[in-house]
Design a binder for this molecule. Structure first.
Ligand code: A3P
Length: 314
């Protein structure tokens, strides 16, 4: 079991038995009863699938490419619903010498000043607010999916960089496949949302498609959000969202946060960064042939008989 620096216990929650830090339980009821608005924009994804990339795209599309407004940190512009439940809040803030914030991330997501509200979550469908699950509210939901092998190594680096996991990628891959790392089962997560892919308020996007043809994904997302972008705007946004541009953009690259952790000796990958390699099939450089073989068998087993098999080549 992977533990983070500010948490020494995980629990299995909900019908998918999603593995989350025990702190999550403090916010579980508030999230279940969260008041959803029909004009909310939600981004949902398994961690490390390109969420930040898609968030910046969505925010810019809705805000008419407001690059000035976009200098504000993305974490403030696009709140992360359950982040307060991912670590021992007070302990983490104290260790990082930050004033204790009296608002939880759930409150911050709820109480946004402008409309639409932007909400990021990595929760599986089974742990979303009741109003979304029972269909009484239909916010726009964009789900980002990525090849699990790249997702897995990216998550391993993330944990080593920001959570002090200190684990090598091949050992981490075994935990990932055994559904024992944070957010539990990759497949329950993807398939839980995949079931809703035909709902008019849901859009699936793939990391690999964003890499292959970003302008067309920008167009697809804008269309879904009912925003008309000109060819020129799509071109400008494509440049803004390039790997190089995002890597040096302090509003989205988490460097301030990583810097703070580094200063307090909570960073274990000396040259690590949140926006890391941004490649498709990077796993080939990092996983052993035996683990890749196990991974491929695991993928095959988990998508057999699902329509995911026909529509997504992992
Ligand atoms: P890698 O660790 O494989 O590089 P998330 O935002 O869900 O945590 O996902 C982070 C992953 O998205 C990281 O993957 C990061 O490098 C990648 N990413 C972020 N911005 C990107 C961009 N503009 N182009 C390509 N990949 C990007």
């Amino acid at each position: 079991r992977i533990l983070n620096k500010f948490c020494n216990e995980y629990v299995l929650i909900g019908e998918d038995r999603t593995s989350l830090p025990v702190q999550y339980l403090r916010y579980a009821k508030q999230i279940k009863n969260f008041e959803v608005l029909n004009d909310d924009i939600w981004i949902t994804s398994f961690p490390k699938t390109g969420t930040t990339w898609a968030q910046e795209m969505i925010w810019m599309i809705i805000n008419n490419l407001d690059f000035d407004g976009g200098k504000e940190s993305l974490t403030k512009r696009f709140p992360f619903l359950e982040i307060s439940g991912l670590f021992e809040h007070k302990k983490a803030f104290a260790a990082l010498k930050l004033p204790i914030d009296k608002y939880s991330s759930v409150d911050l997501a709820a109480n946004q000043n402008s409309r639409p509200r932007f909400i990021k979550t990595h929760l599986p469908f089974s742990l979303l607010p009741d109003q979304i699950k029972n269909g009484t509210k239909t916010p726009k939901m964009i789900y980002v999916v990525r090849n699990p092998k790249d997702t897995c190594i990216s998550l391993c680096h993330h944990g080593n960089l920001l959570q002090g996991w200190k684990i090598d990628v091949n050992n981490f891959a075994k935990l990932f496949m055994a559904e024992k790392s944070i957010y539990g089962s990759f497949w329950k997560h993807v398939l839980g949302f995949w079931k809703h892919r035909d709902s008019s308020n849901t859009l699936f996007i793939k990391y690999e498609d964003m890499k292959a043809d970003l302008p067309s994904i920008i167009g697809k997302v804008a269309n879904f959000l009912e925003i008309q972008l000109t060819e020129e705007q799509i071109e400008i946004l494509t440049k803004h969202l390039s790997f190089e541009s995002m890597k040096k953009n302090n509003a989205v690259n988490w460097e301030d946060y990583v810097g703070l952790l580094r200063k307090n000796n909570f960073v274990y990958e000396e040259n690590g960064s949140f926006i890391r390699t941004g490649k498709v099939k990077q796993y080939k450089e990092e996983l052993s042939p035996e683990i890749i073989e196990q991974f491929d068998a695991w993928i095959k087993k988990n998508i057999a008989g699902t329509t995911l098999e026909d529509e997504y080549i992992f």
